[in-house]
Design a protein around this ligand. Sequence first.
Ligand code: A3P
Length: 319
Amino acid sequence: ADDGTIPVRPPTEYAAAVASLPLNPASKLKLRCYQGVWVLEDWVPGIMAMQRSFSTRPGDVVLASFPKCGTTWLKALIFATMARTAYPPTSPAHPLRRLNPHDCVILLDRLFAIGREAVLDKLPSPRLMCTHMPLSVLPASISRGSDCKIVYICRDQKDMVVSMWHFANRARPDISLQEVFETVCDGTCFAGPVWDHILGYWRVSNAEPNRVLFLTYEQMRQDPVDKVRKLAQFLGRPFSDTEEEAGAVAEIVELCSLEHLKNLEANKKGSQGVFLKFPYDSYFRKGVVGDWVNHLTLEMAKCLDAIFEENFKGSGFTL
Ligand code: A3P
């Protein structure tokens, strides 16, 4: 649907409001605190515009995630699940065989930041969109509306820190692991604090399980077939007996596997992003649960665990 004809026009009317927001002096990325969340300065006007003008359509699906928690994988899985009639997973013409998953699912935060939200009007229903923002700053039609389903993914914070550091390094080699660790701990990393991010979606997923599906990277890694089945059910498109017998779930899992996507030409070259450019291949690394042991000291791990334990106390949330 995005034929490139809609021009890039970052919103300018919020410049004064953005300039008045607290700036994080400790981060090499320019982050401003907007309504309690740390957002790239260049994205804040887009978040403001999204709050003001975005409205859902019946059938909309929003994938929400804290960065580096499995967004790329889930984008691919939801896209493949929703598009399976038009594009059976084994089809050689499947979009995921020629496009990076981030080019198959629009990131609302960036789209509004570059003023190209008119693209959304062109998308056929049901639309699949993505956000890294916490529920608290999303437009009410997403956070509280009944037209839209939300699929959320989070991950063990130690693996997330390591993943974030590797990723940030591809665009900004001057960012150290210590710096990423410290900004996650004090809540000032991009989209942070991460515990608020997780808890916002966690609470609504408990109160309204038909509206918010809460997933973790670890559960997905453990049994992706089961989770894709649950995903399809949640989206109101359960796999039929015929599809089950034909192995459609396993085919989707295979199509979207790290090994498969990583080795596609489409994901080896090129880059994505407007304010910061990220090579396509930077979205696919190891995908190993517990890889933090190779990078974090025991003190760092204990510190992260303690902060999360403290913040999740009484919430019922465990990984
Ligand atoms: P690692 O850095 O631990 O390897 P995001 O997509 O939210 O940016 O998260 C990136 C993390 O998900 C990276 O973790 C990446 O390797 C992993 N990942 C990307 N695609 C995946 C896939 N198809 N299956 C499993 N993990 C995937």
